[in-house]
Design a protein around this ligand. Structure first.
Ligand code: 4AD
Length: 461
């Protein structure tokens, strides 16, 4: 009896030792999963790690095989060195792989670290003949635009999307740090923001009868701007903003218009002059750009053509001064430049160039050029409104804003109710997020700065 118990105890202890040993063995063997960006930091030399990503280059030598693997976490790929017996016919440019091995200091000056592989698994095959990207070839933005399901695998577009993500965070941080409350303004609305743009109407896809076509009791549209909803909220929170998708049904094939784009809009109560708005526009622009530069320097460098305007001051001219500048120019413009005419892209481009290729605020537009909610500059000799546009190099208009007309006697029917109860002087602006990215990266076509562009007569993915 005693012997049997002792035997059982010894078996149990041997078993538990075996379990412990295998756990230890497993722990030792289980590699740490790292992102390529983490591996490249060089802090994990000697560590046994696992990397997952897509093959960006492949080179066979007598004894060794060299791969570059990218997982979207950085512009740089990680170099993998493997003995040639680890080669696999399925290991091709574009295939998805999982590599385990030991991180080592690299003998090459260009990369601090490389992965000496002990295992390579092909997780997703990629036939290089059919794959539309070819190894070592530079593909133009126009070419990759035709491949919306694959363009995120290119260096240019993945850099761009990392910058886009960082800029989004930076804009939210700016508003948070400056006491703004974020408002999720509606996407479906009956409001057209006083003709900010052409509308897309929203109707059920299968109305059972004619009445059902008006799902809401009034016609409904995709939002062209959250301004009106922000104006409501600024009447309680003082400083509010929204950052979301916006829709315009203009049939425009231009390099700076989309049917669906992202807009940053802010509304501020107790404003006294346009400076109260332009200060916020400038600070937001500068602080977002600085954060992008600090966190995505490599990605920005890939694009950089312009000197990043975030670091320079912004020039200011009134609309009347802008018209003088245009009229004194020797350049022949296609559109008229008389006082009262709207500024066209050719005028905006000229003004930015004239001011030294830096961003320019144009203020105090003719009253008739701006929507009726823009505040009347009643004491100005010419009839102007307290409205401002920010023009930037390479793009033209990036932001539009104004003080809002809060004086009841000067307002017409639509806004009356809103201005009745505790109305205060206020103003706001909207910034086209894609145009901001075009501006800081020097990208010519707006379709190249949005993950899946929507524009008239395009196919949707
Ligand atoms: O000048 P917009 O139309 O202003 C408004 O909608 C105001 N309600 C904003 C406000 O005061 N809260 O649009 C603002 C910005 C433009 O300066 C431009 O950068 C961008 O939005 N934008 C477009 N971006 C891409 N595609 C389009 N179709 C755009 N239309 C305007």
């Amino acid at each position: 009896m005693f012997q049997a118990a002792a035997k059982a105890q010894s078996v149990a202890s041997t078993l538990s030792q075996a379990v412990l040993l295998s756990i230890r063995h497993y722990c030792k063997k289980t590699p740490t999963k790292l992102r390529v960006s983490e591996a490249l930091l060089g802090a994990e030399w000697g560590a046994h790690v696992k990397i997952q990503g897509w093959v960006r280059s492949i080179r066979h030598q007598k004894v060794n095989l060299f791969l570059h693997v990218n997982d979207g976490s950085s512009l740089q790929s990680l170099q993998i060195v493997a003995a040639s017996h680890l080669n696999d016919p399925l290991l091709t440019f574009g295939s998805a792989v999982e590599v385990t091995g030991v991180l080592k200091e690299s003998p090459h000056r260009k990369q601090p670290v490389e992965l000496e592989a002990d295992e390579i698994h092909v997780i997703g095959e990629c036939n290089p003949v059919d794959f539309p990207f070819k190894i070592k070839e530079r593909h133009s933005l126009e070419y990759i635009r035709q491949l919306p399901h694959l363009r995120c695998r290119t260096n240019a577009f993945s850099s761009l999307l990392r910058v886009r993500s960082e800029a989004t965070t930076a804009i939210h941080s700016y508003f948070k740090e400056n006491g703004f409350v974020q408002i999720h303004t509606p996407i479906i609305t009956s409001n057209d923001c006083e003709g900010a743009g052409e509308l897309f109407q929203v109707v059920p896809s299968h109305p059972e009868n004619e009445e059902d076509e008006n799902f809401f009791s009034v016609p409904a549209f995709l939002t062209v701007s959250g301004q009106l909803h922000l104006e409501v909220m600024s009447g309680a929170f003082t400083r509010v903003y929204t950052f979301g998708p916006t829709f315009r049904a203009e049939n425009s094939q231009s390099r700076r218009h989309l049917a669906e784009f992202f807009m940053v809009e802010a509304e501020i109560s107790f404003t006294q002059c346009l400076e109260d708005l332009t200060r916020v526009m400038e600070d937001m622009f500068r602080s977002a750009t600085e954060q992008v530069m600090a966190h995505c320097a490599e990605d920005v460098d890939l694009f950089h053509k312009h000197v990043t305007p975030g670091h320079r001051s912004i020039f200011r001219v009134t609309y009347s001064e802008a018209i003088d500048i245009l009229n004194r120019s020797s350049q022949k413009f296609a559109f008229p430049t008389n006082w009262g005419c709207d500024l066209q892209t050719e005028h905006e481009k000229y003004l930015v160039k004239h001011c030294g290729n830096i961003p320019v605020f144009v203020t105090d537009y003719p009253y008739d050029l701006k929507p009726f909610y823009a505040r009347d500059n009643q004491d100005s000799p010419e009839h102007t409104a307290a409205a401002v546009d920010l023009l930037v190099p390479g793009v033209g208009e990036l932001c539009g804003g104004s003080l809002r007309e809060e004086r009841l006697d000067l307002l017409r029917a639509r806004y009356l109710e809103l201005r009745h109860f505790g109305s205060v002087p206020h103003g706001g602006f909207g910034l086209g997020f894609e145009r901001y990215l075009q501006c800081i990266l020097g990208v010519d076509n707006i379709k190249d700065v949005i993950p899946f562009p929507r524009f008239s007569h395009s196919c949707l993915l």
